[in-house]
Design a protein around this ligand. Structure first.
Ligand code: NAD
Length: 499
């Protein structure tokens, strides 16, 4: 039985039927149950039309799915009751207590809550051992991940059965701890929080943030994703995590989200969110589209061997420091690991291109008395399709960074990608209990379709770079950016390996 026939309940009912279960879809509100059943039927009908599902099989599926307003209509105790009602603590506590009383015995209870802990729902139950969390991802038929959450009061029998059920449904199950936000939702908070702060601090506009994150390989930028999920839904999850962690500053909801929610600008579902879905032409951020036929001659590219080879792999302008020198005027020097002095190769008119994520280039330019531009080395290492630059020089940047699209941003610590990723990585490193790193990466791939999990970003960028960005951000943003002890340890280990 699936209780709650909204977005998630429908999807869960569908995958259960397709795995061979007989399913009762129950929802007491209006016509929700019947509408939910009809929506699942329509999905099967579309699959038949497209030749992806056999008509006879679809008829079997339809016969296995029934809809009702109340569970009194359910004839015998179900093996599983999966609760997917609205995200509201009181409602869920009441509902689960009723369900627990209604069926004695072997019926197992699961909740699909995204943000409430299982422990907070077990208090009123006569048999808390038979409740745990089965957290599906939206859209359920397409997303391969299920988080299995057991509180200390959940029984081992429940947990084993939950893993078996997930396998029967063809899903990959990952055990997630009973902490606010569980695993993926918890790890994803900074993706939204840092994006909102970037906009509010006028570092970049929403379209620019999305452009950069998508250019770095994320399937959807944070603002497009918030519009899709629903700004109200996203805010509710953030708020729940913040409240349940007694105001941990990293999870603090953003006033911008609250304003959007209050205005009813909820995203796609209301026609307007961070984007206006009724507008004739979508708003765009200023960007400089490259002309690859015009690379800037006379450039030198320094940095670690890994950085230089990533630079070359992207086909960007300039001679690598590892290649033989060339005579002639140096028009630019890229120096991502440079120190407090300008690179010795640079003349008074040479444009110096430095890591703009850990220092302000405006001040450097004044001190060095020469043109300085800040860029984000993480976009080179990640093989991105865009480059953020600060300090002006956009036209020149477009020629240096062709074929990447250049997106100008404010001269602020972390720029865009480095800032978001540094906080994502540290969130994963500070997560307790410590989880297997490959499982965490896999959960992020499967739960939110991101091509790199937090520990893959850590390997790609290196702990020192991540710590450097957090330390810079911490200078102005305070406690939210305090690094985890595991990140500091990772830097110490890197230092030993280097030595
Ligand atoms: P929804 O609003 O689409 O559906 C909720 C359904 O619950 C509605 O059909 C409503 O009629 C029904 N309902 C209300 N009171 C009820 C009651 N007393 N008994 C039974 N049903 C009742 O919401 P949704 O997005 O499907 O979310 C459902 C649950 O799944 C929530 O706990 C949510 O946090 C979680 N979840 C949502 C997503 C997502 O992306 N939407 C992802 C993972 C988990």
């Amino acid at each position: 039985m699936v209780v709650g026939a909204g977005t998630m309940g429908r999807g869960i009912a569908q995958v259960l039927v397709e795995a061979g279960f007989r399913v009762h879809l129950v929802d007491p509100v209006g016509e929700a149950a019947v509408n939910g059943r009809d929506a699942v039927r329509a999905a099967w009908a579309r699959a038949v039309d497209r030749g992806r599902l056999d008509a006879a099989r679809a008829a079997q599926y339809e016969a296995a799915l029934s809809a009702a307003r109340g569970y009194d209509a359910v004839p015998s105790p179900p093996a599983w009751v999966i609760e997917a009602a609205s995200e509201n603590l009181d409602l869920k506590r009441r509902l689960l207590a009723e369900l627990d009383q209604h069926w004695e015995g072997d019926t197992r209870l699961a909740t699909n809550t995204s943000s409430l802990t299982i422990a907070s729902l077990q208090g009123g139950l006569g048999h808390p051992a038979r409740l745990g969390g089965l957290h599906f991802f939206n859209p359920v038929p397409r997303m391969a991940l299920v988080e299995v959450i057991s509180s200390p009061a959940t029984g081992d029998v429940w947990t084993r059965a939950a893993f078996e059920l997930a396998a029967q449904l063809g899903k990959t199950a990952v055990a997630a701890p009973d902490r606010p936000g569980f695993l993926v939702n918890r790890l994803m908070r900074p993706f939204y929080a840092e994006a909102l702060r970037l906009v509010e601090e006028e570092v970049a506009r929403p379209e620019a943030v999305d452009r950069v994150m998508e250019g770095a390989g994320f399937p959807m930028g944070p603002f497009r994703l918030m519009d899709l999920v629903g700004i109200d839904v996203n805010l509710a999850v953030t708020d729940a995590v913040y409240t349940q962690t007694f105001g941990e500053p990293r999870y603090r909801p953003h006033p911008l989200q609250v304003m959007m929610r209050d205005l009813g600008w909820l995203g796609r579902k209301s026609g307007r969110g961070f984007y206006d879905y009724g507008a004739a032409s979508p708003s765009a951020s200023p960007e400089y589209v490259p002309d690859p036929s015009q690379p800037l001659p006379g450039g030198l590219v320094k940095g670690s061997p890994g950085f230089q080879s990533a630079w070359r792999a992207l086909g960007l302008a300039g001679r690598l420091a590892s290649e033989p020198p060339e005579p002639g005027l140096l028009r630019f020097v890229v120096d991502p690991e440079g120190g407090s002095e300008p690179p010795r190769e640079a003349g008074p008119d040479t444009l110096v291109v430095v890591d703009g994520t850990r220092q302000h280039v405006g001040a450097l330019s004044a001190r060095w008395r020469r043109p300085v531009m800040g860029f984000d080395p993480a976009l080179v290492l990640a093989g991105g399709r865009v480059m953020t630059v600060a300090g002006g020089w956009e036209e020149t940047a477009a020629r240096i960074f062709a074929p990447l699209t250049v997106v100008p941003v404010d001269d602020a610590y972390g720029q865009v990608l480095s800032r978001v990723v540094a906080v994502l990585v540290d969130e994963a490193l500070s997560f307790r209990p410590r989880l297997d790193r490959d499982r965490v990466n896999q959960a992020v791939h499967l739960g939110v379709n991101q091509p790199r999990g937090p520990f893959e970003w850590l390997t790609l960028l290196g702990a020192r770079r991540v710590l450097g960005v957090l330390e810079a951000l911490g200078r102005v943003g305070g406690d939210r950016y305090r690094p985890s002890e595991d990140l500091v340890r990772a830097v110490e280990r890197e230092a030993v390996t280097d030595a």
